[in-house]
Write a protein that binds this ligand. Structure first.
Ligand code: FAD
Length: 489
């Protein structure tokens, strides 16, 4: 049995990706150090507690196409997993529409004339792409090709522009592929006739930890700490020292001052541009210029605690009208009854913005009043006296913005980082890829396994690309074999 000494590892970022690496290395018996800038772990997938209320940082359903990742997650959470029926709708013109679109509901809701236009538009879009094939670049191109112009303008354009704060022509088509992969007018038609659920976006039940999505991070942290690993909170990596084709150490800003962490291996899940910008010696000016092109969309998450239950039947609702300040709202007691005290619920509203803009800088009280007034007047589901309180959570870097040539820019940065043989980059902002939780966890597992195995056997970069085009991977048992090899199973 090969009992290789597993190298000392420092992990940058304590979101799900970084924690998955820390968890696996701990399982293999290695003491790791995780450096996390915020006051808590979990990154974008946290459950925030305010008094007796708990709410998630945005709707987080667990769904994965990978049996390996699913099995890993179910083992981690054990009996805490519940199945939640999904109901998601779109709200505009004072009406609710099912999402993913259900043909009959959509066509009845938009009226006969528009419905006729939607069908003919879709046929025209398909014919055009057959007769005059061209390369599609933008989010608008993508949606029109999948759904036709009328359905795009009705169901996708307004929401997308509210989310991104820019015209759909300024965002790459890749975002459409990642968000509505496999979904188009024909799959919706097929789903309504045959009730087939082959497309991820159409799945109508999902797994969820009954005490909130934050349990995924908490469970990993408990294990890492039990295994004598370190989780350093409020520890912001500001400098990454490199030399001789390797990362030598990182410097983190902490309460007591700056601290240096040395290791043999480094895994980074911090934003790709931050990593490049913190390298010392500094990369060439052209690389720094490319890093500066990567942008993110930020968000306020506003929780209202309410003396009522099941105000809506939905897990979440997409809210299109421009004049309503929030773009999505979710109701926590439709996810789990354990998140709010009896007789109450929490509604969480997402307000897209840019860090430092007018909305971002509004006082918490102002934001809470703005959201409460808008929700009460537009939906008429609660009264002001039903409100118990509110809370505002500001989240920088929620969504990597896929500008039109982002792919080339990301590749330039990745190629530059490849010179550091003991560095692996993982995670959503870490790889600048629109990851879901399962993708980030999968990347984290691969990076850890590569270190445990002593060779770069698992390709982190293969995660969350068009799986349909990849050979099905047979990796269900690989992690256990690895741990056995290291004598830890
Ligand atoms: C609103 C919303 C809804 C979502 N819904 C779903 C869903 O339904 N299903 C699903 O599967 N996924 C969903 N996701 C995606 C999911 O949240 C992410 O894929 C996942 O949490 C990303 O984990 P990560 O570790 O890759 O990144 P992050 O969570 O971003 O973790 C990176 C960590 O690095 C830290 N960091 C940054 N800079 C530094 C630094 N300099 N030094 C130290 N630490 C640093 C950050 O604070 C953060 O904790 C959703 C995301 C959002 C925003």
């Amino acid at each position: 049995m090969n009992k290789r000494k597993i190298p000392q590892t420092v992990i940058l970022g304590g979101g799900l990706a970084g924690l998955a690496s820390a968890y696996e290395l701990s399982r293999a018996g290695k003491k790791v150090t995780v450096l996390e800038k915020w006051e808590d772990v979990g990154g974008l997938a946290r459950t925030i507690k305010v008094g007796r209320f708990a709410f998630d940082t945005g709707p987080h359903r667990w769904y994965t196409k990978s049996n390996m990742v699913n099995g890993w997650m179910l083992k981690l959470l054990g009996k805490e997993v519940i199945n939640v029926p999904r109901l998601t709708r779109i709200y505009f013109d004072k009406k609710f529409f099912f999402y993913p679109i259900k043909l009959k509901n959509a066509m009845m809701g938009i009226g006969l004339i528009k419905a006729f236009r939607a069908v003919t538009d879709y046929i025209i879009a398909r014919l055009k792409s057959r007769l005059f094939p061209s390369v599609l670049h933008t989010m608008e191109d993508g949606y029109i090709s999948q759904f036709g112009k009328t359905l795009y303008e009705t169901f996708f354009k307004r929401y997308s522009e509210k989310l991104w704060g820019t015209n759909c022509r300024n965002i790459s088509i890749d975002w459409v592929g990642q968000r509505t992969r496999g979904l188009n007018f024909l799959t919706i038609l097929k789903e309504s006739v045959f009730k087939s659920k082959s497309v991820v976006s159409l799945v109508d039940e999902f797994s969820y930890p009954d005490r909130g999505v934050g349990r995924i991070a908490d469970k990993m942290v408990d294990f890492v700490k039990k295994s004598k690993g370190e989780i350093k909170l409020e520890s912001e990596v500001v400098t990454v020292n490199c030399g001789g084709g390797k990362i030598v150490s990182v410097v983190a800003r902490e309460k007591g001052g700056e601290k240096v962490y040395k290791a043999e291996e480094f895994i980074s899940s911090i934003p790709l541009n931050s990593l490049v910008e913190s390298l010392k010696p500094s990369p060439p000016a052209a690389i720094l210029k490319t890093a500066a092109k990567l942008k993110y969309r930020d968000e306020l998450q506003v929780a209202l605690f309410i003396k009522k239950t099941h105000i809506t039947p939905d897990t979440w609702i997409y809210v299109h009208p421009k004049e309503i300040p929030f773009m999505r709202v979710m109701e926590m007691d439709n996810w789990s009854s354990r998140l709010s005290p009896a007789g109450t619920t929490t509604m969480v509203f997402e307000v897209a913005c840019n860090e430092g803009d007018r909305v971002w800088k509004m006082k918490d009280e102002q934001v809470i009043n703005m959201i409460a007034d808008s929700f009460i007047s537009e939906f008429n589901l609660i009264k002001k006296e039903d409100l118990i309180g509110g809370h505002v959570h500001r989240v920088p870097k929620e969504y990597p913005v896929y500008h039109l040539d982002y792919k080339e820019d990301v590749q330039i940065l990745k190629d530059y980082l490849r010179q550091f043989s003991n560095l692996q980059i993982i995670g959503r902002n870490g790889t600048f890829r629109y990851n879901n939780m399962d993708h980030s966890i999968e990347m984290g597992l691969y990076a850890a396994w590569n270190i445990i195995k002593g060779e770069r056997k698992w390709d982190v970069d293969s995660v969350n690309i068009e799986r349909e085009y990849l050979e099905e991977k047979k990796i269900e048992t690989v992690e256990d074999e690895l741990l056995e090899e290291n004598g830890r199973k």
